[in-house]
Structures are given as C-alpha cells and as structure tokens.
Design a protein around this ligand. Structure first.
Ligand SMILES: NC(=O)c1ccc[n+]([C@@H]2O[C@H](COP(=O)([O-])OP(=O)(O)OC[C@H]3O[C@@H](n4cnc5c(N)ncnc54)[C@H](OP(=O)(O)O)[C@@H]3O)[C@@H](O)[C@H]2O)c1
Length: 378
C-alpha cells in the first residue's frame, strides 16, 4: 500500500488537534481501511516544516506543543523560503511553492492531498491550484466554499475535493445532502440551528436568563470569540447556510443570504468593552420576544433556513414541539424537507462545535479521498 503525502496548512486550534489525531489513527486506518499517509509539510502563516519522507509524528507533536506555547513555525526554525518574501500574502505564496515542491517529490505515487485548516480568505486559489495539479484537497475553512459561487463550482467540480467539517463539524450534513441528490431526491427546504454558541444563548433565554449575562458567561467560558460579535453577527451561520444551499444545487452569493444579526448592527461600531457595557440594554427586548413566542406555543431560535424564496438567517419563533423548537444547548440540527421526505423532515442532530469532532470530520474526508484514489488507481 503506497503512502499518500499530506500537506497541512494551518497550525491553530484545529490544525494541532488534527495532526495529533492523525498520529493516533495511523494503525487504525492501516488495519481498517488499508490506508497509509504521511505528513510531508505542515505550515502556519510564518513558515513550513517539510520532509518528503514524512515528518515523524513525535516531531510533529513537539512542534505542536511549542506552537501552542506561542512559538511560530518561523521561530521554531521552519522553512520560510518564498519567492515573495515580505509580500502581504507571503503565506499563500509559500503554500503555492509547497504544491510545486511536493508535486515533484510525489511523482509516480498516489496524488498528494492538501488540507486547509487556516482561517484565510486566500487559500481558495491554493486549493484550486492543488486540484488542477491532480492533488486531492480537503477544507475545514469555510471561506473558500462560502466565497464566490464561481470558486465553489470550480472546487466542487471534482470528487477529489471534500469539505464536511465546514458545517456542523462531524454531524454529516454535507455528505447527507450529497447523498440525497445521489438518491434522485429534490430538497425543497431546510431549517437548522448551525451555531453551538448561539444555541446555548437561545436555550438560556428560554430558561429566563438575561441576554447580557448569558453573553458574558459564554465569553468567560471561551464559547465565543474574544469579540462576541463575531458569533452574534450571524455571518458564520450565514456562510454555513450558503454552503448547504450550494451543496444542494442553489446558485447564490453571500450577499443573497437574508441575514438578521442577533444583536442590532448599530452596536457594531463600538469597541468590545463598550459593546459589552451596552448589552443590558437588550435584555428587556429579548425577554419580551421569548415571552411572545412562548405565549404562542413557540420557542425563539436563531435559524438558518432555505425554501423556494431563498436562504435566510435570523431569530425566528418556531413550534415548540418541532425538531428545532425542542432543541436545547449547543447541539447543531438540520431538518431537511424533500420530495422523498415530504411530511416529516429528515433530521440530523449532534454536537456541532467541538474541535475534536471537527478534526475527526477532516480525518474522515481525508480517508475517503485516499480510498477513492486507491480504487481509481486500481
Ligand atoms: N476550531 C473549530 O472547532 C473549527 C471547527 C470547524 C471548522 N473550523 C475552521 O477551521 C479553520 C481553522 O480553525 P482554528 O480554530 O484552528 O483557527 P485558528 O486558531 O485561527 O488557526 C488558523 C491557522 O491558520 C494559519 N494560517 C493562516 N493563513 C495561512 C496560510 N496561508 N498558510 C498556512 N497557514 C495559515 C494560522 O497561522 P498563524 O498561527 O501563524 O497565525 C493559524 O495557525 C477556520 O477556518 C475555522 O473556521 C474550526
């Protein structure tokens, strides 16, 4: 069994867990899937570690520990070479060069596989470049698949590209949507809760807790970004809804998603401290909306929805007994109505926001692609 060369871009929270998981799973995948892989390059935004024979997992673990402690790959002695030193996008230039280098080294063997675990808006071109060279590619980074429709179409025009972890982590929503299309099904609508952080807030509101207290507690527990507006603005959920809609065949851009943020947009200009100080001013309104929903037998949710009218993301009162209305806590949920699921929707539910789960979804994509290439090559 030939070993597939992996190029991992990104060494943040997800990248480090992913590399650790891959090391732990080497024997498992050899036994269960007859799949062999080795990491030949691992890059952060400053430099890359490269070894065509494969970087030892013990060495990767040490690099990862130092990275977690604050030492960039450049500071750890990684290769900084780039034909565009000092360029604004030196990291992307380096990634392109890695493709050329690894492509040469892997000639004659299985096609290398590039894994985008960055939060960069610029890796879409790198992924396109990798696919054009005959590599396979996986992304957990939503930005390439939630970028221009043209880029999405280009990336997904080959079965050598997968992106399961971009929506709901390891809950297999992308694979399920693709599976429904393979079944000859026609998906007319979906509704879902696609943010564990916002789900936690909505459940707390239902339990009568003030919005401001819920947000500050979520911040302290590390559930939100340092600036919680990154979560409360709803863009992340809108990107996920866009990715799902496109996966189901809709053609639309991010601007076509009707997005209502959870907090008013006029608070977006404040700095973080002033924003937090302004939150108690929203408590009464949220309490009133929750009470109104309850009086109508409904529950307030922050939903992503697609129907014949388009894709919308925002707060909405939903029937309390339905899939979305009975959801609690940080779980993600997707309820799909289709030609073959006309009355009761097909419902997928599970924890959608754990780094371990997200890394495992990337691992699943990677093994699927290795197996695909193995069968293809005979
Ligand atoms: N965390 C999760 O649970 C989760 C779940 C699903 C999907 N995701 C997605 O997965 C991605 C990574 O998440 P994260 O939490 O690990 O983010 P993160 O902590 O911000 O890490 C991003 C990493 O990407 C690196 N990077 C940026 N541009 C690069 C480039 N051009 N080439 C190589 N490396 C580059 C950064 O380098 P520096 O360290 O040098 O800055 C950093 O190591 C994001 O797109 C996120 O939305 C995350």
């Amino acid at each position: 069994m030939e070993s597939t060369s992996l190029v991992v871009l990104g060494a943040g929270k997800l990248g480090r867990v992913f590399v650790r998981q891959l090391g732990e799973s080497v024997d498992f995948h050899r036994r269960h899937h007859r799949a062999e892989y080795r990491i030949v390059a691992w890059a952060d935004s400053t430099a890359a570690f490269v070894n065509s024979k494969g970087l030892a997992f013990e060495a990767l673990s040490a690099i990862s520990a130092r990275k977690e402690a604050g030492a960039s790959f450049a500071e750890q002695g990684g290769d900084r070479s780039s034909s565009a030193p000092g360029a604004e996008d030196e990291a992307t230039a380096r990634a392109f060069e890695l493709l050329g280098e690894i492509g040469e080294l892997a000639k004659g063997g299985p096609p290398p596989l590039v894994i985008d675990l960055t939060s960069s808006a610029r890796t879409g071109a790198v992924l396109e470049g990798a696919l054009a060279r005959g590599f396979s590619a996986v992304t957990a980074n939503k930005l390439p698949v939630a970028g221009a429709q043209k880029l999405f179409d280009s990336l997904t025009s080959t079965p050598r590209f997968r992106y399961e972890a971009t929506v709901a982590s390891a809950v297999p929503v992308i694979e399920t949507c693709l599976g429904l299309l393979r079944n000859g099904d026609r998906v007319d609508a979906f509704t879902g809760a696609l943010s564990g952080t916002i789900g936690h807030l909505m459940t707390g509101l239902e339990d009568g807790k003030p919005f401001s207290k819920l947000v500050t507690t979520a911040m302290q527990r590390g559930y939100t970004e340092r600036d919680p507006r990154a979560d409360l603005g709803g863009e992340d959920v809108a990107r996920k809804a866009l990715i799902l809609a496109r996966t189901l065949g809709r053609k639309l851009e991010f601007a076509d998603v009707a997005l209502e943020p959870l907090v008013p947009t006029n608070l977006s200009l404040l700095d973080v401290e002033d924003f937090i100080a302004a939150l108690p001013g929203l408590d009464a309104n949220f309490a009133q909306r929750v009470a109104q929903a309850r009086a109508a037998g409904k529950a307030l949710r922050y939903a992503a929805a697609m129907d014949e009218g388009g894709v919308a993301v925002g707060p909405v009162a939903v029937p309390k007994g339905g899939a979305l209305g009975s959801l609690r806590g940080r779980d993600n949920l997707l309820a799909i109505s289709s030609k073959y699921y006309p009355d009761l929707p097909l419902v997928l539910q599970g924890s959608g926001d754990g780094i371990e789960a997200a890394a495992s979804a990337v691992q699943g994509d990677l093994i699927e692609l290795i197996l695909f290439e193995t069968y293809r090559r005979g």
